[in-house]
Design a protein around this ligand. Structure first.
Ligand code: PDD
Length: 288
């Protein structure tokens, strides 16, 4: 595998950063996960824009959009990948110990990509199980979840809770007890034929898949409500699913001990999302 590190491609064993990197010492950094379909990076502009937002909220210097996409394509080409999982990581870089970002001269910029591993078809057919984690999502005033940062410890602890309880993903509540999001995903549910999802104010990462699904739902005549929801709301729902870049629309069969059908709205949105991917690929091919 070839990894893009700072300004060049290097073989994986040489792709190393210093133990003094503040990403390693303090979690000072950001990342993005993208997915390539047939060599096209889906919604790359939105991902790069979000990386830019995370960077500016942390006053972290990153390459410009064109250079970032250039490094992504170089990485895909070097590894002969077309269906790929892509991760961009930017950390504060190497510097003496101390929290001050000014101690670090240059950020570390890394892109790696791997062949996309499809999730088992049974997950989409039968749905996956979720729990409601004890561990809460961040208080916005402490670390805004809109920063896609390298500080993921509470999500990691929530994921461990899910695994210990035999579930696939965990729903995290915000500090006030409202539903926030999954550990690496956004949560949706259907109640009285209305598609519901926590609003950004609930303290979530405003997922790109989430945004697409909301748009598709509205365009196709579904009623959508973004707001503050309680655990009871999800227990009263008739359908539940989660979204992210790699899973797309993932149906949920169980939250705690409440079971759900893989309903029509979930199936429809999953189909519409797939069509949206195809439309994007065609549009991108046409503009080349
Ligand atoms: N995670 N919420 C959190 C906390 C996330 O980490 C993610 C994405 C999402 C969904 O965002 P999007 O639809 O833009 O992928 C929501 C990625 C997949 C990851 O951590 O690798």
């Amino acid at each position: 595998m070839y990894i893009y590190l700072n300004n060049k491609l290097v073989a994986e064993p040489e792709a190393v950063v210093s133990v003094y990197d503040h990403g390693f010492l303090y979690g000072d950094g950001i990342y993005e996960t993208m997915r390539a379909y047939k060599g096209t990076v889906f919604m790359s502009e939105r991902h790069i824009e979000r990386l830019g937002r995370s960077a500016s909220l942390l006053k972290l210097k990153i390459p410009d959009k064109k250079n970032i996409m250039h490094s992504v394509h170089k990485t895909l080409d070097a590894n002969k990948l077309s269906e790929a999982y892509i991760r961009i990581t930017v950390s504060r870089g190497k510097g003496p110990v101390g929290l001050d970002p000014a101690l670090c001269k240059e950020p570390s910029f890394v892109v790696f990509a791997e062949k996309f591993r499809e999730y088992p078809a049974a997950y989409y057919r039968d749905g996956v199980r979720l729990i409601i984690a004890k561990t809460r999502r961040n208080f916005i005033g402490a670390l805004d979840p809109r920063i896609k940062s390298l500080n993921f410890l509470n999500n990691i602890i929530a994921k461990m809770e899910a695994k210990e309880r035999g579930a696939y993903e965990a729903v995290m509540l915000n500090p006030q007890g409202f539903i926030a999001e999954g550990t690496i995903s956004n949560i949706f549910f259907v109640k009285d034929e209305m598609l519901c999802t926590p609003s950004v104010e609930a303290g979530i990462l405003d997922g790109i898949t989430r945004e697409i699904v909301i748009d598709l739902a509205k365009k196709n005549g579904l009623r959508v409500r973004e707001g503050l929801f309680s655990q009871e709301d999800i227990f009263k729902a008739t359908e539940v699913f989660f979204t992210n870049t790699t899973s797309e629309v993932m149906p949920v069969s169980m939250v705690e001990d409440r079971t759900y059908e893989i309903g029509k709205i979930t199936q429809r949105l999953r189909r519409l999302y797939k069509e949206e991917v195809k439309r994007y690929l065609k549009k991108t091919a046409d503009s080349k």
